[in-house]
Each structure stands twice: as structure tokens, then as C-alpha cells.
Design a protein around this ligand. Structure first.
Ligand code: UD1
Length: 458
């Protein structure tokens, strides 16, 4: 597949010109999961042998993580577009990781566990430059302290150091106050080389955590119970290299299913792991779509869109990362619906933007109260984060007339060749570079300056 340039410096001045009301049809290939690949890259630091990762998506977030690894002395090679050979034999942390490398990539913090285990001490900038409290990492830090690390947080940096002569973390019982995906992953990685047994209770159960444990066990780790809320890790002396294929991206898959429903289309997506999408598929069935599962492919056929209420929740609940795309679908549903965001306190930046396209949504205390409208109108808008940009694209696909959607610096973080894949399905989307029309017309991005840090979640 040919993708357009992803030169990040240009992304803020690019937009997608989307002619609405095109019916989608055919098959689309789902890429490897962003949230899995990011943590697997960090986990590869836990061995000085080669790790070969297949099905790595082409995303700007992955490029950022690769740059972080390179700065740590890691050699990265590939023999095809989606594979990475990672060699951490010369792992070191000479200087602190430059702020511009970790800024904006929350997943950069994943490196703390492996670096601590392998090197005994590490200093990292707080992810995204935000302070504890605003984008908390308290569960990561409390857990690492339970494992025996001495941690200081000062002036935007976290210094973590292993105490004692042995330079090993020590297994412990950790109860997370919320099932944080990132904290569960950080603590699993830190505990694999710790002395003795670690038990994490109230652990997150997301498929990306299962993928991480699967790969670590291939490397020789002893992790049990993943996929449940109690995970047990028996520390081992060392880990070896391995070959691992990143799981398909359930959020990308869900976004295509929602796009298909919003355009009253029939498409097939794959490969996917249908279990990972259970709550999404049940919700789409309730909205009136017909869903057919065959092996690792899902076909969706839609003739009507009924209003359905959802509440986001940790896996296996409805994913917060699909809340914005689903809001775009409910904007054109028959009837009234309510969408409650329970994971993030401020992830409703798309509501105002969808209203500018003619939606009728009222936001009350993180609940979007939606009165479905017959159709949306094409607009010039800019997404305020990754998933809100995807939501605007879905809205534009369903809308009458043409839309210009910006925010591609967010989109390309998490969707591999999004518009190319949609065009293969019959959409009419062109990416414009430095298109004057985009700057000459009203672009709604005031939410960005107000809430940038909070929106960096996905
Ligand atoms: C991961 C995903 C992101 C997804 C999110 C929830 C990656 C790279 N990103 O983010 O796409 O939206 O899971 O499914 O995998 N919290 C605390 N203290 C902490 C950590 C988190 O209070 O120490 C809170 C957060 O503020 C948030 C909630 O827990 O309200 C969920 O956060 P978490 O599960 O940690 O999300 P991430 O791992 O950052």
C-alpha cells in the first residue's frame, strides 16, 4: 500500500479533503496494534539478545519510540516494512533522554521498568512534560517503590534507583488503586527480573497486556494469570531473545466498523481477534448493524442506525479510545442516546466540533446527550486529539458536501495509512499539503490550547 508522506513537521499544515456520502465496500487490512507495539518495543530492552517484532504498524508514535530506543544505544534493523529487529546489547543511558524525545509520547515512560531492571538507575522526563496530578503516573511510581526502587520526582523528572548491593528489584504484593493499563505494564516489566514473586491485584486486563505477557514468557519470563485482574510474576535471572507478532489493532478495527456503520455500508475487516472486540460488536449489533464473524475476519452490514447508550470502561468494557468515533455514529442515529466517558475526565473535545457539523449534542458532566439528526453537513475542522480526529473523519464520510479535516499530526500517531485504506473501500479523500483554503477558513481548534495535556491520552 502506498502511503502519503508522514513528515511530521508538515503534518500540522495538512488536511484531508473528504467528499461525503460515499458508500464503502470491500475488505480492509487491519495493522498491528499501536498500544501493543509501543510496550513490546520497551520490553525488548529487557534482554541483550535479538528480539524480532513482526506486524509493527507504521505510525509516528512508533517512530518516536524507535528514536528513544536508538538514543539508549539500541540497534534497530528491519527487512520489511512491518518488521523490526531490535538489539539492545549495548543498552546505556549516558545522558538523560532529551525532553523532545519523550514529550508527547506517554508510552515513553514504559522504558522505566526495563531500564531500572537492566541498569539499576534511570532518570526520565515525566511523559508529555505534565506534572503528577494532572496526568498521574502515581500507580507506576507507588508500584515501583513497592518493588524496592527509590524514586524521586523533581522538576519534571523521575529518578528511579534500585537500593542495596544486589541491584535487583524485589518481588512484592501490589494493589493498584485503578486498573491502569500503563501501570500494569510498567510493573510487569519491572517484576520479570526481580527477586522472588510479585502479585499485581486490580491489574488491567486489556489485550495489549496479554500480548506483552505472551512475548515476555517467550523470552523466558514466568508470568501467570494475565487477562485476569490478578497477575503473578515469578522473577527470573535473565531473559532471552524471541520472535513475536504484534496483535491486530482492535481500536483501528473498531474505527473501520464504525465508519462503515455511519455510511450505511458493508465492509469486511481483518485480520482481527474477534474476542478483543466483543463489547464493540455487541454495541454495533444493538445499533442495527449485522455482524458476521468468520475466522479472523469480521463483516459488517448496515441499513439503519439506532440510538444506543454506552459507558466507557476498562476491558472487556467499551473502550474509551472508540468513544469519540462512536459519538460521531450516534450523532446521526435515529433517536436519543447518552455516551458517558468514565476513564478520562476530559475526553469530549469532539462534541463541540460535531455540533458545528450539525449534530445536536449537549455535554453534561462528561456525558454526551445526543439527539440524532438526519445528516451532518461538511465543515472545515481540526481534531483536537487522535480519536477526535478519527471521529471527525467518520462524520465527514457520512456528511453531505465536502469537509476539510485537520489534526493529522494526531491521526498519524495512531492510524496506519488511514485515508489510503478508506479510499480502497471507496471513500473520496485527498490529503492536502499547505492547502491555503485550510488556513483561510475557520478552523476550530480552541480546545487544543485549553486542554492539550489531557487530550494526549490515546
Ligand atoms: C492506555 C492506552 C490508551 C487508552 C488507555 C485506557 C497506551 C499507550 N495507551 O493509556 O490508548 O486510552 O490505556 O484504555 O497503551 N491513572 C491514574 N494513575 C496512574 C495511571 C493512570 O490515576 O498512575 C488513571 C488515568 O488518569 C486515567 C485512567 O487511570 O484516568 C486510565 O489510564 P491508563 O489505563 O493508565 O491509561 P494509559 O496506560 O495511559
Amino acid at each position: 500500500m502506498i502511503c502519503v508522506s508522514k513528515n511530521e513537521s508538515n503534518l500540522k499544515s495538512q488536511n484531508l479533503k473528504i467528499k461525503g456520502k460515499k458508500i464503502l465496500e470491500g475488505k480492509v487490512k487491519i495493522s498491528g496494534a499501536k498500544n501493543s507495539a509501543l510496550v513490546l518495543l520497551a520490553a525488548s530492552l529487557l534482554t541483550n539478545e535479538k528480539v524480532i517484532l513482526n506486524n509493527v504498524p507504521k505510525l509516528s508514535d512508533i517512530e518516536k519510540m524507535k528514536n528513544i530506543l536508538k538514543h539508549l544505544g539500541v540497534k534497530l534493523n528491519s527487512n520489511n516494512a512491518n518488521n523490526l529487529i531490535i538489539n539492545s546489547k549495548n543498552l546505556h543511558i549516558g545522558d538523560n533522554l532529551p525532553f523532545e524525545l519523550v514529550n508527547g509520547l506517554r508510552a515513553s515512560f514504559f522504558c522505566i521498568g526495563p531500564l531500572l531492571s537492566m541498569l539499576g538507575e534511570v532518570t526520565l522526563a515525566l511523559p508529555g512534560g505534565c506534572k503528577i496530578g494532572k496526568r498521574p503516573i502515581d500507580q507506576h511510581i507507588t508500584g515501583l517503590r513497592e518493588l524496592g526502587a527509590n524514586i524521586e520526582v523533581k522538576d519534571g523528572f523521575v529518578n528511579a534507583k534500585i537500593q542495596g548491593k544486589k541491584k535487583k528489584l524485589v518481588g512484592s504484593k501490589i494493589l493498584l488503586s485503578c486498573p491502569s493499563v500503563g501501570a500494569t505494564e510498567t510493573l510487569i516489566m519491572a517484576a520479570t527480573l526481580a527477586e522472588g514473586r510479585t502479585v499485581i491485584e486490580n491489574a488491567a486486563r486489556e489485550p495489549e497486556i496479554q500480548d506483552l505477557c505472551l512475548m515476555l514468557n517467550k523470552m523466558g519470563a514466568q508470568i501467570h494469570g494475565y487477562g485476569n485482574s490478578k497477575i503473578t510474576i515469578d522473577g527470573v535471572e535473565k531473559l532471552s531473545g524471541c520472535k513475536h507478532k504484534v496483535i491486530p489493532d482492535r481500536i483501528e478495527a473498531g474505527t473501520f466498523l464504525i465508519a462503515s456503520a455511519a455510511t450505511l455500508s458493508n465492509i469486511t475487516i481483518g485480520p482481527v481477534i474477534p474476542n478483543h472486540l466483543e463489547s464493540v460488536l455487541e454495541t454495533l449489533k444493538a445499533t442495527g448493524s449485522k455482524i458476521f464473524i468468520k475466522g479472523n475476519e469480521i463483516t459488517i452490514k448496515t441499513k439503519e442506525i439506532k440510538a444506543v447508550n454506552i459507558k466507557t470502561a476498562p476491558f472487556p468494557g467499551f473502550p474509551t479510545d472508540l468513544q469519540a468515533p462512536f459519538t460521531a455514529l450516534m450523532a446521526i442515529a435515529k433517536g436519543n442516546s447518552e455516551i458517558s466517558e468514565t476513564i478520562y475526565e476530559n475526553r469530549m473535545g469532539h462534541v463541540d466540533l460535531l455540533n458545528r457539523m450539525g449534530a445536536s449534542i449537549q455535554l453534561v458532566n462528561n456525558i454526551a446527550k445526543i439527539q440524532g439528526v438526519d445528516e451532518l453537513k461538511g465543515q472545515n475542522l481540526k481534531g483536537s486529539d487522535l480519536r477526535s480526529t478519527a471521529a471527525l473523519i467518520i462524520a465527514a464520510l457520512s456528511a453531505k458536501d465536502t469537509s476539510y479535516i485537520g489534526g493529522l499530526e494526531h491521526l498519524d500517531r495512531g492510524y496506519d495509512c488511514f485515508e489510503s485504506k478508506l479510499n480502497i473501500l471507496g471513500a473520496n479523500i485527498t490529503r492536502n499539503f499547505n492547502e491555503q483554503i485550510f488556513f483561510n477558513q475557520t478552523i476550530v481548534d480552541e480546545n487544543i490550547s485549553k486542554n492539550t495535556e489531557k487530550f494526549k491520552a490515546a
